[in-house]
Design a protein around this ligand. Structure first.
Ligand code: SF4
Length: 452
């Protein structure tokens, strides 16, 4: 990909708070009036389409300790019985959700996220998989993935998860530099990461992936360059390079991050641009906002054929019709609705103990939401905006607003479509914001991170 020069003025201009568009409409728009009855209705509506396939997400929030930089819904525990109790409640949730979906459903994509999924023990993992297998027809030939923390991951675990049926794994790395690791409260010798990575390869995971974070304290170009080089030497199939959002007022654990070493917005942008250039030079394609895949990977192929999709689990080639999510804070997408479970572990369990689904907010999408969602997802994934996706005058107005960014070089204009330029890729969230009919309702709220 062509090297792009981005000026500090351009960064200042586009560096405003905005959604990452893992969904549209975005979570802050969803209503707290959307409750259990709405969720049950959505589940029941799916029962009318028995051939629809499912994605399945399970949130396992437990960790051995809290990393200072963490932005996930995570709970620290040393007690196995706490996890057993949680699984009791996930089982209750499953017992309500699965029957409402009608007949036994085929699952074509499953992900265990966290927290630290490999923190729960083998018996607990077996129990969880057995309950999911009892409720759904989980296709072992499709994508079954989980996140593993290399600090506690072992070769034996890798063998165990393969036996359970997982075929994809993501290892959290963030940065290999010891000073950065001290600043973010996550000490992780690279030898552990490399050993687990190689073990995952050897035991037959078909896709072994790595997660990085840029914008951390003390990450200079030189420091991050070492991390990028070490990761490339491992040759993961896919790499996610997430932006660190420092929000200590809403994430109290981040008060323990050594913020004195945080990069300026311009330096942070430079770190991301460095990762784009380093990975593309090394044979990876830049996917969507912040992912990279080997050019031979099927995800790269999907981008070339303009059929990449995105859901709450990330980029995907397997667009299941619905996404069922289980566990505290998890987010579902089914029957034309978004649904979020309670983010408080105690409240999540209390609702289920009372026989209630722990939904705390959600949204039923309007036809306009569906149309704009399709356009935003297509723009984010496939880097173009076909005019035929604009279904009415309002959307055509939005299309023209995106087209106006041709002046600053973010898009190119053709007769029947707009395409995102190499420069525009860095500011693609700003382009999506032009298509967002709800954005004014979230203006000024501190829930979104800035572009840089
Ligand atoms: S970063 Fe990962 S391991 Fe650390 S506290 Fe958060 S979820 Fe747990």
């Amino acid at each position: 990909m062509k090297r792009v020069r981005v000026t500090p003025e351009q960064i200042d201009h586009y560096n405003k708070p905005g959604p990452r568009y893992t969904s549209y409409p975005t979570v802050p728009i969803w209503s707290h009036d959307f409750g259990e009855a709405d969720y049950r209705e959505a589940l029941t509506s799916v029962a009318a389409s028995p051939d629809d396939t499912l994605s399945l997400y399970v949130h396992l929030p437990f960790c051995a300790e809290r990393c200072a930089y963490c932005g996930c819904n995570a709970t620290v525990t040393r007690h196995e019985h706490v996890i057993d109790t949680y699984l009791d409640h996930v089982e209750r949730e499953l017992e309500i959700v699965a029957p409402l979906l009608g007949q036994r459903r085929r699952v074509v994509q499953m992900h265990w996220g966290g927290g630290t999924p490999n923190f729960i023990n083998e018996a607990q993992s077996r129990r969880l998989m057995a309950m999911l297998d009892a409720a759904f027809d989980i296709d072992r030939d499709e994508e079954l993935s989980l996140e593993m923390d290399p600090r506690i991951g072992t070769r034996e675990q890798a063998i165990f998860y393969r036996e359970l049926g997982f075929n994809r794994v993501s290892l959290g790395v963030q940065d290999i530099d010891s000073r950065v690791q001290v600043a973010i409260g996550r000490i992780q010798p690279f030898e552990n990461t490399a050993a687990l990575f190689n073990a995952c390869r050897e035991v037959g995971f078909s896709s072994v992936n790595i997660d990085l974070v840029y914008g951390l304290p003390y990450q200079s170009g030189e420091v991050f360059g070492d991390t990028l080089e070490a990761v490339i030497n491992l040759r993961p199939d896919r790499i996610a390079c997430f932006s660190y959002a420092h929000l200590p007022n809403s994430r109290s654990n981040q008060k323990h991050v050594d913020a004195t070493g945080l990069p300026t917005p311009y330096a942070k942008f430079g770190l991301f641009q460095q990762s784009v250039e380093t990975f593309t030079d090394a044979g990876y394609d830049w996917i969507g906002l912040d992912h990279f895949a080997l050019s031979s990977d099927e995800m790269s192929q999907a981008v070339r054929e303009r059929r990449l999709r995105r859901n709450f689990m990330g980029y995907t080639l397997l667009p299941a019709s619905h996404m069922v999510s289980l566990g505290v804070s998890s987010i579902g997408d089914l029957g034309g609705c978004f649904i979020q479970n309670d983010v408080g572990l105690g409240r999540y369990q209390k609702s289920l103990a009372a026989g209630k689904l722990p939904v705390v907010r959600g949204m039923r999408l309007t036809p306009d939401d569906h149309n704009r969602r399709a356009a935003i997802m297509h723009l984010m994934c496939n880097l173009e905006l076909p005019k035929h996706m604009m279904k009415d005058e309002g959307m055509l107005d939005s299309y023209e607003r995106v087209a106006a960014h041709a002046i600053d070089g973010l898009v190119g204009v053709e007769a029947e479509r707009l395409f995102v330029t190499d420069l525009g890729r860095y500011f693609i969230r700003n382009l999506c914001m032009e298509l967002d009919a709800h954005l004014s309702q979230t203006a000024g709220r501190p829930i979104f991170s800035k572009t840089v």
